[in-house]
Design a protein around this ligand. Structure first.
Ligand code: GLA
Length: 371
């Protein structure tokens, strides 16, 4: 049997840099997809062909040695194979053909889409009955331990489990999730790619994670309660610990605690179809990412500021890891062209490359079929 996996990219609507702090996230899938055709065959060789790069590569399942940083696209495939094999799921050889409309390095989870597509199709080829959640966890393991990027669980969960016209509310502490209605009726999500590329594997992402861990260690000594992650910390705790914490760690921790609260408020807003409150929370989230967590950049700030000044825009924020990549705006559909023009003009005035803009909605998560 030949398998075809179709896996979307994702946009995170709110809850940024909270996943690795055991916090709350709220992503949705977008209608940009990676398609993988998997033809299983005997032996231990995996052959891969990327239509986007027009590149072919092959590797042996017996020769999977973790790399550390600077991954190429094939490393994400090797990482998934490594994670499956090391978790008790020996694989068979296969030839994989990949094509994708998800831009790479833009914060829309092109790598998580690739990972989930590989996991789904190879698991099916070997008749392993793995749930989407199990596959997400295995793919994250591959990304963390094979590729060396210490990313959280959000991206893999989002692309594996998202549903059409819904946002996924995921609690990254216990991996419980539920779906919130995101029927946009007259509104759209505008995704604006700043075209500033900054690979996730670079030190800045891992450094934020280390700073949060350091804040937890310091606060454990300052507060009279046990904390194992920033999820255990309240706003009152932050106030209490403020003077004992270096300012940088205080700002990082305060952002994460506030962002978790915003996600819960955003969930209430969606449940009561209150997109205006949702948009306001998006704006607050961006301010926190810019001022406290410091993962935005001038290009993303310009997108958010320009969009926020346009009529019909309910909210805008950077999305994903930051340091470049995309912003997302929730807008009245009829204003889409005007907002796009305004952002492009603002970039032209700065002599920056003009952003690439996608109109999207909450799309369906990963699916697999035998062909
Ligand atoms: C990247 C990571 C995610 C998450 C976001 C920031 O997309 O892969 O796990 O940490 O950054 O919210």
């Amino acid at each position: 049997m030949i398998y075809k996996a179709v896996v979307p990219g994702r946009v995170n609507l709110i809850g940024e840099h909270t996943d690795y702090n055991q916090g709350m996230v709220m992503p949705a899938a977008i209608d940009l997809y990676l398609t993988l055709i998997c033809e299983p065959r005997a032996g231990r060789i995996i052959t891969v062909f990327s239509e986007n790069y027009d590149q072919e590569a092959d590797f042996s399942l017996d020769d999977l040695v973790p790399i550390n940083g600077d991954p190429g696209w094939v490393d994400y495939i090797r990482a998934v194979c490594w994670a499956l094999e090391n978790s008790g799921y020996p694989l068979t050889g296969a030839s994989l053909n990949i094509s994708s409309s998800i831009p790479v390095g833009s914060g829309l989870s092109s790598s998580a889409a690739l990972e989930i597509a590989v996991a789904m199709s190879l698991a099916a080829a070997c008749k392993y009955d793995l749930s989407p959640s199990e596959m997400a966890v295995l793919c994250q393991k591959g990304e963390n331990s094979f590729v060396g990027v210490h990313s959280g669980i959000m991206d893999q969960y989002a692309v594996a489990l998202a549903r059409r016209e819904a946002a996924l509310l995921l609690d990254c502490r216990n991996l419980h999730y539920n779906y919130l209605p995101l029927v946009l009726d007259g509104f759209i999500l505008l995704i604006i790619d700043s075209r500033v590329k900054r690979s996730l594997a670079v030190s800045a992402y891992n450094r934020r994670r280390a700073e949060c861990e350091e804040a937890v260690r310091k606060m454990s000594g300052l507060l009279k309660k046990r904390i194992s992650s920033l999820r255990d910390v309240t706003l009152d705790d932050i106030k209490e610990a403020r003077h004992g914490l270096p300012d940088l760690l205080y700002r990082r921790a305060r952002y994460v605690v506030e962002e978790n609260l915003r996600v819960m408020e955003a969930a209430e807003a969606l449940n009561s179809s209150d997109l205006h409150s949702f948009g306001y929370l998006m704006n607050r989230s961006h301010s926190g990412l810019r001022d406290l967590y410091e993962v935005s950049c001038p290009e993303l700030d310009l997108i958010v500021d320009t969009a926020s000044d346009c009529p019909g825009v309910l909210g805008a924020r950077m999305t994903g890891a930051g340091f470049g990549g995309c912003a997302v705006a929730l807008i009245e559909a009829e204003f889409a062209e005007k907002v796009s023009m305004a952002v492009k003009d603002a970039f032209r005035s700065n002599n920056w490359p003009v952003p690439i803009i996608y109109k999207t909605f909450a799309a369906q998560g990963a699916c697999l079929e035998g062909i």
